[in-house]
Design a protein around this ligand. Sequence first.
Ligand SMILES: Cc1ncc(COP(=O)(O)O)c(C=O)c1O
Length: 374
Amino acid sequence: MSRLDQVEESATLRIADLTNELKKRGKDILSFSLGEPDFDTPRHIVDAANEAMSTGKTHYAPSAGIPELRDAIAAKLKNDNAIDVTGKDIIVTPGAKQAIFEACFGVLNKGDEAILLEPSWVSYDACIKMSEAKTVWVKSNEDGSIPADFGKHITKKTRMVILNSPNNPSGAVLTKKDLQHVADLAVDHDFYVLSDEIYEKISYGEKHYSIGSMIPDRTITVNGFSKAYAMAGWRIGYVTAPKPVFKNLLKVQQHTISSPTTFVQYGALAALNGSQDCVTEMVKQFKARRDVVMKGLKDIGLECPTPEGAFYAYPKVDGNSEKIAEGLLDAGVGLTPGSAFGPDSNDHLRMSYASSMEQIVEGLARMKKYFANQ
Ligand SMILES: Cc1ncc(COP(=O)(O)O)c(C=O)c1O
């Protein structure tokens, strides 16, 4: 079997494509399947990239990124996350996704196991498989916390545990106690933790902790600009990794993408160095939408733990999520079936609330009608 035979097409992109196809054919569908902020990138970030493009920042950049940006990222990790690094420990990547691929490809080998907490964002499993390693699924508690018996899934082959907090698709935020639990196991059993913190800034009150501050020698921390700064299409993110694996990640980057787009890096620099009010404003709007979504789901009668971060709600449904998602499409709303997020998640749906309040209110009304007729 070839390496890619086991990798499935991204289920979230598939439903988005299907929605677009139906829309093109004239069907009125409100899409709640997207994983990107609906806001435009803040003006000062666009201006900085324009300026860079106009002043000749159009050549290859150093493979790990421009030094100013690497330094600014290191300062951010130190200030916000208590991760003590310098610019030399950072690789700027074209999106967090590339960083995650590099981390898996750079660390995992044939025969290794990587533990994924279910429900899980769609691309981790694919990255593990492309690295010829095996995914071991461990179901999170319904509130998204780490199960008390997590340690029993660790074997001699466990080389990596992937954490994602705030979580896509559930919006759950891991507590310091949860992270300490995994950190202690990483030390006892000698594995790496890949911590995907892309939704760090989109959080509604729970404090964000970085496991990289607890076990820096064993943590690969990934973050990016797509969600916090509404920069999904810019393709820009970053990773910091312990020295023994950093060089592997850099090799993958050097031989695949060379370097992230040069003028885009100046936009990212402006995002970090500029006022953070734009982030606060977007998070305020996401929180107001979350509250409306929670109220609407309750009204429909769907059970759903309150998401503490990201911009997704993850209600439980009775029956096959794919069938229900198809039925909902027919009723004019696009949601992602839980089956996209792990082998044992077919009893959930993901609803992204990165849409206008108006669309959310109308979408919830369509959902209510659909579920009332089941
Ligand atoms: C959990 C998670 N990690 C990583 C990514 C990829 O982010 P980027 O746009 O920076 O590649 C996404 C995007 O949907 C995500 O939801």
